[in-house]
Design a protein around this ligand. Structure first.
Ligand code: 5RP
Length: 265
């Protein structure tokens, strides 16, 4: 692998082969998402526990201090919105020059396999891979489902993840599914990170799916709302970090969560 791309990947994926990415890119189609009204404030206490932070160029420029030491995964696709006709109508919105100018360590783009604009998103992703590989920048494909959350079966996620890797993704971000998630990971020749999805009821549920996903071979997570929409975001973040980098079980992560929450850790 070329030195530059390997170096950037090493900044994202830690020495233990694992990674905790913190996404705050939701506004690019959702507007001021709850708890992301002021993204710079939201992430301040969380950044120390993240291995990388994912966002758009607008939030990066306006809300994040350039002295940030964590690598940035730049969300470079868009063109859709929650009030628009079809969420899959997305393509590359940020140029390679801008990606370089902002010193992104990686870029991310959604692909919508089976969506109305499947071909457009796959083509746009392939072009992005070509541009980024020229400059040693890793691409992370996001296997997006839009509003159709019920699509998240192992068969479908396995299909999307494999297609993303075949098109050149260096990392694939996909959803966790309870049944056969190991098959999704096994069928994908590049590292897989788990996306969170809408907020679940308890921190323990998050710890359980993160733990199970890691046991199935995922290298980490790219998890947003279940962290920063929680009442105790730092405690959730530390529990997840414990599972990813310290081999904690879900139960142990819950104990750590309780300790952080009550100020004991
Ligand atoms: C939204 C994204 C997010 O990065 C991704 O969905 C992870 O965030 P969450 O855990 O909140 O689902 O791609 O566009």
């Amino acid at each position: 692998m070329d030195w530059g791309i390997q170096n950037r990947l090493n900044r994202l994926i830690q020495k233990d082969g694992k990674a905790l990415f913190l996404p705050i890119d939701h506004g690019y189609f959702q507007g001021p998402t709850r708890k992301l009204e002021k993204p710079g404030e939201t992430i301040k206490p969380l950044v120390p526990y993240a291995d990388a932070v994912m966002m758009t160029r607008g939030v990066l420029r306006n809300c994040v201090d350039p002295s940030i030491e964590k690598p940035i995964i730049l969300r470079v696709s868009g063109g859709n919105s929650v009030v628009g006709d079809d969420l899959s109508n997305e393509e590359q919105m940020t140029s390679i020059t801008e990606i370089l100018r902002l010193n992104a360590s990686a870029v991310s783009m959604s692909i919508y396999v089976g969506g109305k604009y499947e071909h457009q998103t796959l083509k746009s992703f392939s072009r992005l891979v070509d541009q980024c590989e020229d400059y040693g920048i890793p691409t992370m494909a996001v296997t997006a489902v839009g509003r159709e959350l019920e699509k998240r079966t192992a068969r479908y996620l396995g299909l999307c993840s494999r297609i993303a890797a075949e098109l050149g993704a260096r990392v694939v971000k996909t959803y966790y599914c309870e049944e056969d998630f190991a098959k999704v990971v096994d069928g994908c020749p590049v590292p897989v990170v788990i996306a969170g999805g809408p907020k679940v009821d308890t921190a323990l549920e998050v710890f359980e799916f993160v733990y199970d996903g890691m046991q199935c071979g995922a290298i980490g997570v790219n998890l947003g709302r279940n962290i920063w929409q929680h009442q105790y975001p730092v405690a959730v973040m530390r529990g997840i970090r414990g599972i990813i980098h310290e081999n904690l079980t879900a139960k142990e992560a819950q104990q750590l969560f309780e300790e952080v929450k009550s100020g004991k850790a």
